[in-house]
Write a protein that binds this ligand. Structure first.
Ligand code: FCB
Length: 443
């Protein structure tokens, strides 16, 4: 399989996120984010790691873009740090922040690499958390809209593809239910209220996009788990349906139909945890997107469990696992894409993230990441099978360009095509998977 097995205009790239790679966290006028505070709080992140320096991409972006160019990528997905542009989230602009992304965009375009920009990949300005409670407040929607509009009007002349939010599932439930991500709370009701405000804010950004930008596309990138029932029993089938609604449909179907998935909503309702829906909220959430961004890594298996709060549980499968402990299941990508295309409105799809963590070791200047290479080959193959079954897949972004700050795992999990040598001044060392991908793209 080579690039020729995909359409000539297929988008091939890699993905990153601002807090995970940029560093320069308090430099050049940037304000702190909720991740600045969270990573500095004791006990939250593996060995107390922070994103203060990360990959130092803020200073090394030119080198990173040339690595992308040598790879043969024609696109790059990255996110903008809201507090780099607006240190307090609203009000005063930080011109140096705007200039940084303008330089990055220009150097990408000069290298024939199309930018795909995510507006929000989890680094909320800390000041908004402190003053209004961040995503807990309905007021966040207007502020996010203003931020989005400022970004669209600054770069919309050159950037044609936009993603409003990355994985609202994570910025609500990992942050507000499981407590693993900033701001680290555990409250079911609040978590769903946050999800509701994230979806409203997504809709607001789409609205601002339509009024600011005439040519271009906008979408939403979601957690995309392939959910399987543990058995053929009707009970496990029901468990899989509920789990699908929780992980996937909540953020895919709601913007499409303007209604939260029924079965899961009923369960939430019973325990008083449904978010409050005000008139016109759904109209806003339903602002039509041009595409869906699919972030696929693995599958989960659902089993009925009458004793648990929602009537189901997840059970471990027996496939080979990555260093994250996630099962490797390329077929799940094909199945997910086919289901997503069918059930989420037959919209164009992009794989906006896919990749794996491996325990990479630097050996005499090389990294032989064989598992990652096979993982990518098999997932590319799965994507091509979905396309043969009429899924309108337009592009594929590998997570990630380089090893970076993997949230609560700090620097302990490596997802990159490029090894980041944290011990040696963040030196970049392309891994074997990078060369494999380069040859795939060249051949
Ligand atoms: C996704 C996140 C991304 C990265 C990968 C491994 O959920 O969007 O930032 O952490 O997982």
């Amino acid at each position: 399989m080579t690039r020729k097995d995909f359409p000539p205009d297929f988008i091939w790239g890699t993905a990153t996120a601002s807090y995970q790679i940029e560093g320069a966290d308090s430099e050049a006028g940037k304000g702190p984010s909720i991740w600045t505070a969270f990573s500095h709080a004791p006990g939250k992140i593996y060995q107390g790691h922070t994103g203060d320096l990360a990959c130092d991409h803020y200073h090394r972006y030119k080198e990173d873009v040339s690595l992308l160019a040598s790879l043969g990528a024609n696109a790059y997905r990255f996110s903008i740090s809201w507090p780099r542009l607006f240190p307090e989230g609203r009000g005063a602009r930080n011109q140096k922040g705007f200039d940084f992304y303008a330089r990055l965009i220009d150097v990408l375009i000069a290298n024939g690499i199309q930018p795909f920009i995510t507006l929000y990949h989890w680094d909320l300005p800390l000041e908004l958390q402190k003053s209004i409670g961040g995503w807990e407040s309905r007021d966040i929607t207007a502020y996010f809209g203003d931020y989005a509009e400022a970004v669209f009007s600054s770069y919309g002349d050159r950037v044609k593809n936009w993603i409003t939010l990355n994985e609202p599932f994570c910025s609500s439930h990992l942050s507000y239910l499981f407590g693993e991500h900033a701001p680290g709370k555990s409250d079911l009701k609040e978590s769903f209220a946050v999800a509701h405000n994230l979806l409203r804010s997504h809709g607001e950004a789409v609205r601002r996009f339509r009024s600011t930008i005439k040519d271009g596309t906008v979408g939403l990138s979601n957690v995309s788990q392939w959910v399987e029932p543990a058995s053929d029993s009707p009970e496990d089938g029901e468990a899989a349906k509920l789990l699908n609604q929780f992980f996937n449909d909540w953020f895919y179907v709601t913007p499409l139909k303007g209604e939260y998935p029924v079965d899961f909503s009923q369960r939430l309702d019973k325990i008083g945890a449904m978010p409050e829906i005000q008139p016109e909220d759904m109209e806003l959430i339903m602002e039509p997107v041009d595409f869906w961004g699919v972030n696929y890594y693995s599958r989960i298996i659902a089993k009925a469990d009458p004793k648990s709060e929602f009537g189901y549980n997840t059970v471990p499968g027996d496939l080979e696992r990555t260093a994250m402990g996630w099962e490797i299941y390329p077929k799940g990508l094909q199945l997910f894409l086919e289901r997503a295309y069918r059930e989420y409105g037959e919209k164009p799809l992009y794989i906006t993230e896919n990749g794996m963590a491996e325990d990479d070791e630097l050996e005499e200047g090389s990294v032989h990441d064989k598992k990652r290479t096979i993982y990518l080959r098999d997932h590319f193959d799965a994507a091509s099978k979905a396309m043969n079954n009429s899924v309108d897949l337009k592009g594929y972004f590998v997570w990630s360009l380089m090893d970076n700050f993997e949230w609560a795992h700090g620097y302990s999990k490596r997802f990159g095509l490029i090894y980041t040598d944290y011990e040696n001044n963040q030196r970049r060392i392309p891994k074997d998977s990078y060369y494999w991908f380069r040859d795939f793209l060249r051949r």
